[in-house]
Write a protein that binds this ligand. Structure first.
Ligand code: SF4
Length: 235
């Protein structure tokens, strides 16, 4: 800014020069402040972004490892409570036994390879869940060379852990089920459906299924009257 106090008498070119100098110094000052603020802000933003990238990379690496091992994060946590070791999951295909399967997880407990099956929907242990686990135990015995004494079912949202023992009685029951299934596939016996209202409503093959659940027709008073009229007219 002009400081000689004679601005009023200054020639227009001088006033213009003074104003330009003043604007220049103000602009430089403002820019310096902005640069300082921006530098700190930029550094902080970069630090935050870098932290996010590092955390994200670590989480993704953990998820990749769990996926390779066939475990979801929650299942891995549920199983690691008592110090069991996780084992890489594989698909077992037995041509000798005519069965195949891939458990949700495999853990090593007391020197045994133990199958784990997660059933997140529903809270009841079904026969089919037990049959599935028994099949895995047969496959593990064939491929790993050691019979698992039990397997685990992880049931429902609360992840209730159910230990299913691999007993000779259960394996005999499984053999019966497998033989029955083979007979149905080979058309030696007809498949017996067990239609249920809610199950059939959601079933994808219900249109083609002759045994689907059909609700009984309710006889209302008007339909009874119509039936009576038809009977009268036919007499
Ligand atoms: S529609 Fe047939 S196949 Fe589907 S659930 Fe019902 S009975 Fe079973």
């Amino acid at each position: 800014m002009c400081t000689h106090g004679k601005c009023n008498g200054c020639s227009p070119p001088h006033r213009g020069e003074a104003m330009t100098n003043w604007w220049h110094s103000e602009l430089v000052q403002a820019l310096t402040q902005i640069t300082h603020i921006d530098a700190h802000y930029l550094l902080y933003t970069m630090l935050v972004i870098s932290s996010f990238v590092v955390i994200n990379d670590v989480l993704r690496a953990v998820k990749r490892r769990e996926h390779r091992a066939g475990l979801t994060t929650s299942l891995a946590l549920e199983l690691s409570v008592d110090g069991s070791k996780n084992r890489q999951v594989r698909t077992y295909i037995s041509e000798i036994q005519g069965i195949s399967g891939r458990p949700d997880a495999l853990i090593i407990e007391n020197g045994f390879c133990i199958p784990v099956e997660r059933k997140a929907f529903g809270n009841k242990v079904r026969d089919r869940h037990i049959a599935q686990l028994l099949v895995y135990m047969r496959l593990i015995e064939e491929f790993e060379g050691k019979k698992p004494p039990y397997g685990y079912l992880i049931i429902g949202k609360s992840a209730r852990r159910v230990k299913v023992y691999n007993t000779p009685e259960r394996q005999a029951w499984l053999s019966e089920q497998i033989n029955q299934m083979k007979d149905i596939v080979n058309e030696k016996i007809p498949a017996a459906a067990r239609p249920q209202k809610t199950k059939c409503a959601k079933c994808k093959v219900s249109d083609a299924c002759e045994q689907r659940f059909i609700a009984p027709v309710e006889h209302t008073s008007s339909s009874n009257q119509k039936e009576q009229l038809i009977l009268i007219n036919s007499k």
